[in-house]
Ligand binder design. Structure first.
Ligand code: VAH
Length: 312
């Protein structure tokens, strides 16, 4: 059966780059990008684009039938910082969009689903260093609670109904093509923009706040690889730990100074410090490496070169 892809949330930080990559792989006539509004010109103007509400089951079902969709990438969600400001809507969007796609797959209308989880599923009682795949998970953010619950439902629909849903616990993602939206790890994107535009950056996290991070190219490759892996290789149907690099604001600033010697950073922690402090400092992703041969490519030095080169 020919792969026909629907991306829901195609204009988001991951969605924009994922859409570009999926169009390259499957051809622009086989990829339908969709979002609640036309929020990104590259996504809207370079292939099939449809405006839909991820909370409207009938709109999703109609697109699936109209384009004979086989694979759905559900990227629509409220991220950690935004979700804290709007808990009810965050729960509604993050959970009910997932139920719509899982139920369409259960009804046999979708062959395969990708759904993003996050290291936000871990909480302050989780071991913070090299956090294992299986461990204590008591998330303290609305976003983290929604992602932990979503993982439980993904595994339930796979075990009970045979739904082929695959998921990755993304760390903080760093990219230059789009402004990130409402995440606690967004400082690691903004710092490059401000280093080039102002030569200075005020960080909303403290200097020693280590967090698991990943360059977007690695995250997109991981997403494609898990979706293209043979079904029997995907042994974990909640969500896979995934790791690239871990660093602190001080370490990323030091790396930037190698390229912009006069760059200065100041620290003014805000409400996002409490969120960051509840998350792991580093992640053990050995299950992904064993099951579907995951391997990250970008470290802090090579990511910094990429970011500064592309943002100049
Ligand atoms: C956020 N960028 O900050 C997301 C991510 C691990 C963090 O899930 O909410």
């Amino acid at each position: 059966m020919k792969t026909k892809v629907l991306i829901i949330g195609a204009c988001g930080q991951i969605g924009t780059e994922l859409t570009h990559k999926l169009r390259d792989i499957y051809g622009i006539d086989n990829v339908v990008a969709s979002d609640i509004r036309k929020l990104n010109n590259d996504v809207v103007n370079n292939g099939i684009f449809e405006v839909i509400n991820a909370l409207d089951y009938n709109q999703i079902e109609h697109l699936i039938e109209q384009y004979q969709i086989t694979d759905v990438y559900l990227m629509a969600a409220l991220l950690s910082a935004t979700a804290e400001k709007n808990p009810a809507f965050a729960w509604d969007l993050n959970m009910n969009s997932l139920f719509h796609v899982l139920n369409l797959a259960k009804a046999g209308k979708i062959k395969k689903i990708f759904w993003p989880s996050s290291i936000a599923v871990f909480g302050p009682t989780t071991p913070r260093i090299n956090t294992p795949q299986y461990t204590i998970m008591e998330p303290t953010t609305v976003y983290g609670i929604s992602k932990q619950t979503g993982e439980r439902w993904c595994e339930y629909y796979n075990k009970q109904y045979g739904v082929d849903v695959r998921s990755i616990r993304y760390p903080g993602l760093i990219s230059w093509t789009t402004e990130p939206g409402g995440g606690t790890t967004d400082y690691a994107v903004d710092i490059y923009h401000k280093a080039l535009s102002d030569g200075a950056f005020e960080c909303f996290l403290s200097e020693d706040t280590a967090l698991p991070m990943m360059y977007m190219d690695d995250a997109i490759r991981a997403t494609i690889e898990i979706m293209q892996a043979d079904e029997d290789k995907i042994k974990i149907r909640s969500s896979y730990n995934l790791s690239g690099v871990s660093f602190t604001p001080k370490e990323i600033a030091t790396e930037i100074k190698k390229h912009i010697p006069d760059f200065t950073i100041t620290y003014k922690p805000d409400f996002r410090q409490k969120i960051a402090d509840s998350w792991p400092a580093s992640i053990d992703d050995s299950n992904a490496r064993e099951d579907w041969q995951w391997k990250h490519q970008f470290d802090l030095a090579s990511m910094t070169i990429e970011m500064l080169e592309n943002l100049k």
